[in-house]
Design a protein around this ligand. Structure first.
Ligand SMILES: Cc1cc2nc3c(=O)[nH]c(=O)nc-3n(C[C@H](O)[C@H](O)[C@H](O)COP(=O)(O)OP(=O)(O)OC[C@H]3O[C@@H](n4cnc5c(N)ncnc54)[C@H](O)[C@@H]3O)c2cc1C
Length: 494
């Protein structure tokens, strides 16, 4: 495998191009070539604006200066996600990045908290999160070497302008030697083994390659259309199938978190950038008409519209496999989960790393494909379950949509996770899981799932010890949060 062709220049395409170029071209070897073909005429989806912390690792992987990236992509910092009205109207909870404290005697601090809570403590779970304390006051951590405890338990990600990110990564990739072709692909040439030989442009030019990365968006031109890979439909678990997105000129409300508010038939997002606000309504067209959804969205946005509202249709689910023959699909062409936990860009990155780990050196690709597809599916299914948890534990019954969500059948894997927590007070996670116990416990408790017990081994530790640790830790992070600067002040200083 030497000549790689990427179809699509959206976020997925340029992440693939820059990541592959970093590994295959940066050191000056002429062994590999990477071409990216995209069509200006078709354009990109352009709405992925909220991320999770893995984006920062990717920036580091590319050896890009984080501050330069932030400055050039209109970015703001993100400490987690605020969920409003999901459990019931008027109720809010926070899903923070970073930890809920260190492990104490090999047990997560939140297990010590659970014991205290069941014994009547007034301490809230979010008192253990530095990110949550900062977010409450619109602050951001000033990393201070003297406050290592705050630094160690802190985590963050970014909100950014998707078009500027694609441009930034494009400049990076072109500089290292990726070849860029602006043309529309109108056909695909395959050999007798059903491998892709070339993409054919509408000008009838053949773009040959040994391996093809399909980043063509929802149409999934190579994996879906040419290789006829079936789509597994998860819309019975995740009934939202539409989104309306609009940008407004609001730039004063620079919350360091993504705001997600449950609405009659879905939820709206607010993503603050330095020069504008990204807004959208993700909804189920089964339960609300498009015009009514548009009114809901326009009634809740802050500031004046600077773009016309754009409607996007989708179906929750995934292609049966992402790597088939000599094609790997990344991004929307491989599947879609609604952006409730900002996971799509992460999945592009994690599948790219996975592909680099398994980059073929011999001819037997089947074994690599199997390993890739199994791990990718496992990661995706865990994310799917995590998103469903936000819906299925609602207490809301005020609309048909919420009645459906409250009563719908959920995957067995999720039902087991919930039962495990309710019965044992523990979180069961697997190797490929993106969301760690900190995330699961935040959303389980945020969505009102009760725990009646905690990890039994906690009882081997004296309660006074737990109390002291909890008191010391929460005091230290509270002080760290109080002495940190405001998020908007940090951004102004950029
Ligand atoms: C409403 C909504 C909100 C979202 N919010 C988030 C979020 O907050 N966080 C997050 O991580 N993700 C989010 N996502 C997902 C995110 O937008 C995508 O994962 C990301 O943008 C990657 O898209 P893509 O590159 O796969 O596809 P696209 O952006 O659609 O790019 C497809 C590319 O293929 C090219 N192409 C297509 N057909 C042809 C052809 N025939 N010839 C040549 N070129 C062609 C197009 O020109 C384009 O360059 C959201 C998605 C939706 C729908």
């Amino acid at each position: 495998m030497q000549n790689i062709v990427i179809l699509g220049g959206g976020t997925a395409g340029w992440i693939a191009a820059s990541g592959l170029a970093r590994v295959l071209l940066k050191n000056g070897s002429k062994k590999f070539s990477i071409k990216l073909i995209e069509s200006d005429e078709i354009g990109t989806i352009g709405v992925g604006e909220a991320t999770i912390p893995s984006i920062l690792e990717f920036i580091q992987f590319l050896n890009i200066d984080q501050l330069d990236f932030v400055k050039n992509t209109d970015a703001t910092f993100k400490l987690g996600l605020q969920f409003n009205d999901w459990l019931e109207i008027g109720h809010s909870y926070f899903h923070p990045f970073g930890t809920l404290g260190p492990e104490v005697d090999n047990k997560p601090l939140f297990q010590h908290w659970m014991r205290e809570k069941l014994n009547g403590s007034k301490l809230e779970l979010m008192d253990l999160s530095i990110a949550s304390l900062l977010a409450k006051n619109n602050k951001f951590l000033a990393q201070n070497p003297q406050n290592q405890i705050c630094n160690d338990n802190f985590g963050y990600a970014l909100h950014f302008d998707a078009a500027l990110v694609a441009k930034y990564l494009k400049d990076y990739a072109l500089q290292i030697g990726v070849e860029h072709i602006n043309s529309k692909v109108g056909g695909i040439k395959k050999d007798e083994k059903n491998n892709i030989c070339a993409l054919i442009t509408i000008e009838n030019k053949e773009i040959n390659g040994d391996f093809f990365i399909d980043c063509s968006g929802f149409r999934s031109i190579i994996l879906g259309e040419a290789l006829e890979t079936k789509y597994e439909d998860w819309s019975h678990y995740l009934p939202c199938d539409s989104a309306l997105a609009v940008q407004t000129d609001e730039k004063n409300d620079l919350n360091p978190y993504t705001n997600s508010t449950a609405r009659d038939a879905g939820w709206t997002w607010q993503i603050p950038l330095r020069t504008r606000m990204g807004n959208g309504y993700v909804y189920s067209s089964e339960f609300v008409k498009d015009d009514d959804a548009l009114n809901t969205l326009l009634n809740c946005v802050k500031g004046n519209k600077i773009t016309e509202p754009r409607k996007i249709k989708f179906k929750a689910g995934a292609r049966e496999v992402s790597w088939k023959n000599n094609c790997l699909a990344l991004g929307l062409s491989s599947g879609f989960l609604e952006p409730l936990e900002s996971t799509s860009i992460h999945l592009v990155i994690s599948n790219l790393y996975r592909f680099l780990d398994l980059f073929p050196s011999g001819d037997n690709w089947q074994i690599l494909q199997q390993k890739f597809n199994k791990a990718a599916k496992q990661e995706l299914e865990e994310i799917r379950d995590f998103i469903i948890l936000h819906y299925c534990k609602t207490q809301r019954q005020d609309t048909k949509f919420w009645q459906y969500c409250k009563n719908m059948q959920i995957p067995q894997s999720l039902a087991q996770k919930i039962e495990f927590f309710e019965a044992n007070g523990k979180i069961s996670t697997d190797y490929y899981d993106l969301f760690k116990p900190t995330s699961w416990v935040s959303v389980l408790i945020g969505m009102g799932v009760n725990f009646n017990t905690y990890d039994a081994l906690i009882d081997a530790i004296k309660p006074e010890f737990s109390q002291k640790i909890l008191q010391n830790f929460t005091q230290i992070i509270k002080q760290g949060a109080n002495s940190s600067p405001y998020h908007d002040a940090i951004l102004k200083n950029l």
